[in-house]
Design a protein around this ligand. Structure first.
Ligand SMILES: NC(=O)c1ccc[n+]([C@@H]2O[C@H](COP(=O)([O-])OP(=O)(O)OC[C@H]3O[C@@H](n4cnc5c(N)ncnc54)[C@H](OP(=O)(O)O)[C@@H]3O)[C@@H](O)[C@H]2O)c1
Length: 451
């Protein structure tokens, strides 16, 4: 039986797995491969197809489907545009390229009548892209919230495990796992990239939120317009004491799970889009999401007619990602084969590029939660913090010192201020003012996730 020709751009973690998978495919076969280091050791079956130039693969007449797996946001997008322009179908796992160049890629693909498969850009092996596309076709999506980065979820999970395991140790501060050690462990186990910046600063989740929001709200959102905080970026980082405060019976006793979330909410005319660490009630309406552990991903979608749906699955890694890449390849290959000779291709639908949409202003969203900061044991520092909160009209419910985490000669100690619902922008102004206070370190806002 004839097979559709696949040109692989990139033969790294994912490319290798896709190559192996397609060996047993009954409707697609790899006919060309591009990589930068053509002399790198590789099986003979790959070596005989390899070239250094992606352009050579795109121009090869044996290639019906270009599968872009380079991981290069800018070049990868250009290769896809070149392939589409020549009438080739494309499949990719490159979330940055799809999120940033959505409009160009989708409008050119519609113009040229070719398919774009990007299931692997969000949620690894979870079929969330098609689910969102199909759901939106028949319902009005009101909101979604997802744990979309397995690396961050793994790191947060390891930090929590350590603290919970040593909870009653009087030396808990020394026994807990700092963020950098949890990250090193994730890298050793292959869950985190050698350069994990995009994961921990939230950008990876931001690209995925942009893609899901484009599908859910029929607009194109620029990822740069999405509000984004990570678990570790220039302004803030998660501390081991956060897990002690969240999980020790003396404090919050496990009421909330701490996760990095991507959230979209249709509140006013325009949906608000945001990425940040959040507290999810373990016994509340989002309990399924709170229970997503390790390198898993989870997504809750709220439709006006259908109500709540929840999808959970393996969010990263070569095998799950390959399943999504291969499902796109198979679907497109079937359409290529059935249209051969007829000239009329009926592949999976390409989403409309739509008009650019700007997300709603996150400053005005009412949020509540806990403000953490670390202060020396000197007189007057709490009064100053409370004064700042009052000036920004942010009401305080309670203040808790986590005494088990005292350190240094000045007896630095984290405290957690619980606040009533307030405009998110006002709370962020409070944090900025805390950062200017002498001796006060690490202010961070833990919002309670409510949809
Ligand atoms: N790894 C995961 O778990 C995962 C999960 C979901 C999505 N993804 C996405 O999947 C994509 C691939 O990731 P990966 O982990 O497989 O990356 P990777 O291991 O770094 O492999 C990248 C491959 O692309 C080749 N390459 C890079 N730039 C190129 C260029 N300009 N022209 C030709 N070849 C080029 C590299 O060549 P050399 O071999 O010569 O270096 C390598 O073979 C990325 O978009 C990533 O975000 C990955």
């Amino acid at each position: 039986m004839a097979k559709a020709g696949v040109g692989l751009l990139g033969i790294g973690n994912i490319g290798k797995e896709v190559f192996a998978y397609l060996k047993s495919s009954n409707n697609a076969q790899v006919t060309r491969v591009a990589r930068r280091r053509i002399n790198a050791p590789a099986p003979a079956a790959i070596k005989k197809l390899v070239t250094r130039r992606a352009e050579t693969v795109i121009a090869d007449p044996s290639v019906d489907i270009v599968v872009e797996l380079t991981g290069d946001g800018k070049r990868g997008a250009q290769y896809m545009l070149d392939a589409i322009d020549q009438g080739q179908h494309v499949v990719t796992a490159n979330k940055e390229a799809i999120a940033v160049r959505w409009r160009d890629i989708m409008s050119l693909a519609r113009k040229r009548g070719v398919s774009v498969g990007f299931e692997a850009t969000v949620g690894g092996g979870m079929p969330v892209v098609r689910a969102m596309q199909r759901h939106n076709a028949a319902d009005d999506i009101q909101s979604f919230a997802g744990i979309l980065n397995g690396t961050c979820n793994f790191i947060l999970g390891r930090m929590k495990e350590y603290v919970v395991r040593h909870m009653d140790d009087p030396n808990i501060q020394k026994r807990s796992l700092p963020l950098e050690d949890a990250l090193a462990e994730a890298q050793k186990l292959g869950y985190a990239e050698p350069d994990p910046t995009m994961d921990i600063n939230g950008f990876d989740t931001k690209f995925k939120v942009a893609i899901l929001a484009n599908l859910a709200f029929d607009s194109y959102f620029d990822p740069n317009d999405i509000y984004c905080e990570g678990i570790w970026d220039q302004n803030q980082r998660i501390l081991a004491s956060d897990f002690y405060f969240l999980h020790h019976q003396r404090y919050l006793g496990g009421k909330y799970a701490l996760k990095l979330v991507g959230v979209a909410e249709r509140t006013g005319r325009r949906p608000t889009l945001r990425v940040h660490p959040a507290l999810i009630e373990t016994d509340g309406p989002l309990a399924d999401l709170a229970a997503v552990e390790g390198s898993f991903n989870g997504l809750t979608v709220e439709g006006r007619r259908l109500g709540t749906q929840f999808i959970k699955g393996l969010g990263a890694g070569p095998k799950p990602t390959t399943i999504s890449v291969a499902s796109d390849i198979h679907e497109i290959a079937a359409a290529v084969l059935s249209s051969r000779g007829t000239g009329c291709h009926a592949g999976p639908p390409v989403p409309a590029a739509r008009r650019a949409g700007s997300p709603g202003n996150v400053d005005r969203v009412q949020t509540r939660g806990f403000i953490r900061s670390v202060s020396p044991d000197v007189k007057g520092v709490y009064a100053k913090k409370l004064d700042i909160l009052a000036r920004h009209k942010v009401n305080v419910q309670s203040v808790v010192n986590v005494k088990e985490f005292v350190y240094g000669r000045d007896r630095y100690m984290p405290d957690y201020i619980e606040i009533d619902p307030a405009p998110d922008g006002a709370v962020r102004e409070v944090l900025k003012a805390f950062r200017r206070l002498r001796g006060v370190r690490d202010p961070m806002y833990f919002r309670i996730l409510e949809l």
